[in-house]
Design a protein around this ligand. Sequence first.
Ligand SMILES: [Zn+2]
Length: 409
Amino acid sequence: MVFKCQEDSFLRKFTSKVIKCEPTNEPLVEYGKTSQFEGYQVTLENTILFPAGGGQPHDIGRLNNTEVVQVLRKGDEALHFTKEPIEVGTVVEQEINWDRRFDHMQQHSGQHLLSAILEKEHNLPTTSWWLGLEESYVELDSTKVSEEVIKATENRCNQLIQEAIPVNVKFCKANDPDLNEAHTRGLPKDCMETIRIICIGNVDENMCCGTHVTNLSQLQTIKLTGIEPGKKGKTNLKFLVGNRVLRTFQLMLDREKALTGLLKNEPTRHEDLVQKLQKNLKIANKNLQTVLQELAQFEIERIKSSIPKPKYVIMFKKEATPEFNRAVIKGLEGEGLFLFFASEEPDKPKEGQIIIQGPEEHCNALGTKITELLKGKGAFKNGKFQGKAGDLSGMNKCKKLIEDYFNSQ
Ligand SMILES: [Zn+2]
């Protein structure tokens, strides 16, 4: 059976009668993502809602007021997935989500054009293709696809779009001699006895069950956006057609505008400015390390030369790195001091690293209480605790605890 959507791909409304309605729990597949479904599958005398096939995703729309969330083809039937049942015999008005459908038509006809040029002019046959939610690609039977080929293909496709080449659908029977001329790419395995051939002027002829534009000018433009390694021996060439080019361009403009605001300079300077920022950050980090090392030495000397000699040291500097803390602790080893050091995680200010070490009696008396207050994760090993703090907001309570403990000694 040839569905109404295949006879006239521009029909947006159509009236037909329900001939079957059965419960189903077959999952929904939306651009490759599967989700569970429980509802009904409705069959009509004919349909303008395209059932997924030939690489083109299914349409969505309405049957009267009932939403259609998926359409699948089973043999000669198109099954419309709905949440509610519709009584057999009901005459329904079908309505299609046209934005989604026209987008699929632009990508699908664009793919036929792209595959034809790649094969005819660059000897790069398409082995499969993918129409995604944001990006689509043709899978090419080669690992070598040069920048020159991509540029030349894009130019040629856009030239043919400018020439507004007509796109026609030919129908023929399975034993028709015309069939030999057409490629079999994209033809569903259990295809109906009537074969559809999509002809782009004298550029391409291809068997296909999908819905297509009637003129290449309806594609507006095609943009090849890059290659990615595909399956073994293959390359995926990514592309955008028509409204997707405009949509992507708008997103890029918005991003560029945001960057211009942040970098306070025009887009042509962005790359330069980011490179400079990265370089400066590297230098600043290096300088910070040097200063922290000097500060660590200074702290060690200050503590060692304090009179009277302290019994404990609490150190929680916001700018301190774990390296700084370890350096100070190393410098104070053998002084018999109780040490409690903490530092913040740079991107999670509530969390951090803690080190507790010193004479065993003090560690035993204070260690567990401190780690509890800071939601510490880790364990005492050889009289030393080193681990993560889950919540540094308990720091003041820890300081008070340590002060009170040593004051009562
Ligand atoms: Zn096709």
